[in-house]
Design a protein around this ligand. Structure first.
Ligand code: AKB
Length: 316
């Protein structure tokens, strides 16, 4: 009999989780993908369980009861929110990760996915084509947590053979779900505002270029990394992956080509201070070499898809 994977997605009702529920259910069957979060969603067919990832006993209970083999631990406060709630931002990232790692160390689960972020980089990191191995020194709560978490992933892999895999997500842009509390959130909001209001006030400066990716590529990267043979995974901190990069002014100009009356204004806030410490573009050659990573979508594809799909939703 083929070994049936049983997947638990923790923090499943966020921007990435909602897309993963769908893709992982297609792959393993709805009955083998358990959704956990602090909230509940009415439009999901999977079994849902309320879980605070920081509660080890509850987490372990679910893993054993549901015979879980893989955990996707997505629970986190994103960069902007974590700046306003330092302690929770840190605890959620680190306690949640430790609980996942310890469940694997004790032999309860076989594999973990834990997302990192371009937020691990900081003001001293080379900005263009940021290498896989470089100066990190993040200066945000979120970035410090992700940096420390990456090192713990590597430690548990080296010392205890834990199969934990990770990607440094850039800003993720999709039309199916909204991000919540990140610095790159503007790149989703701009499309909704362009269609619904014809105008957008951006909280970053016009020329702040950041690495971004269409959601489908990010989800495919996640699944491909998780499926790659363990011996191919040479980076056990977290992999750089790249899609494309743009600034608010550049993406606004692309939107304007399809919505000529669209206008953008700028009112930078504290998120600008975060964004300016992050890379402008990413070198993902390690991911390309180790597990054949390659993005499918260009920025032009992104603009067309986002405008088409959001228009269908709001029926303008
Ligand atoms: C954020 O902006 O906080 C996230 C991220 C880049 O990890 N989207």
């Amino acid at each position: 009999m083929v070994n049936q994977e049983r997947v638990l997605i923790v923090g499943a009702l966020g921007q990435v989780g909602r897309e993963l529920i769908y893709q992982l259910s297609n792959k393993h069957g709805v009955e083998n993908v358990i959704v956990s979060d602090l909230k509940h969603s009415d439009n999901i067919d999977n079994k849902q369980i309320t879980l605070n990832v920081m509660d080890y006993d509850a987490f372990k209970g679910i893993v054993i009861e549901e015979k879980i083999t893989q955990v996707y631990n997505l629970a986190a406060l994103l960069s902007a929110t974590a700046e306003k709630n330092l302690e929770l931002g840190w605890k959620l990232t680190i306690d949640g990760l430790f609980n996942s790692l310890n469940l694997a160390k004790e032999g309860h689960i076989k594999k973990i996915f834990w997302p990192s972020s371009i937020a691990v980089f900081g003001p001293n990191t080379p900005k263009e084509n940021t290498p896989q191995h470089t100066i990190v020194e993040p200066n945000t709560v979120y970035g410090i947590g992700k940096d420390a978490g990456e090192l713990w992933c590597n430690y548990y892999h080296q010392k205890y053979g834990v199969d934990v895999r990770s990607i440094r997500y850039p800003g993720l842009i999709g039309y199916k779900s909204l991000p919540g509390g990140g610095t790159t959130d503007y790149a989703v909001a701009i499309f909704h505002n362009a269609i619904e209001k014809g105008t957008y006030e951006c909280f970053l400066e016009a020329d702040t270029k950041l690495p971004m990716m269409y959601m489908e590529d990010a989800i495919r990267a996640t699944l491909e990394l998780m499926e790659a043979p363990a011996e191919n995974i040479k980076v056990r901190t977290s992999y750089n992956i790249a899609g494309f990069s743009f600034s608010p002014a550049e993406i606004a100009a692309s939107i304007k080509k399809q919505i000529p009356n669209f206008s953008i204004t700028y009112a930078p806030d504290f998120r600008q201070q975060i964004a300016k410490t992050w890379p402008a573009s990413i070198d993902d050659s390690a991911a390309q070499k180790d597990w054949n990573w390659k993005p499918n979508y260009t920025v032009n594809d992104l603009v067309t898809i986002m405008l088409t799909e959001i228009k269908k939703k709001v029926k303008v």
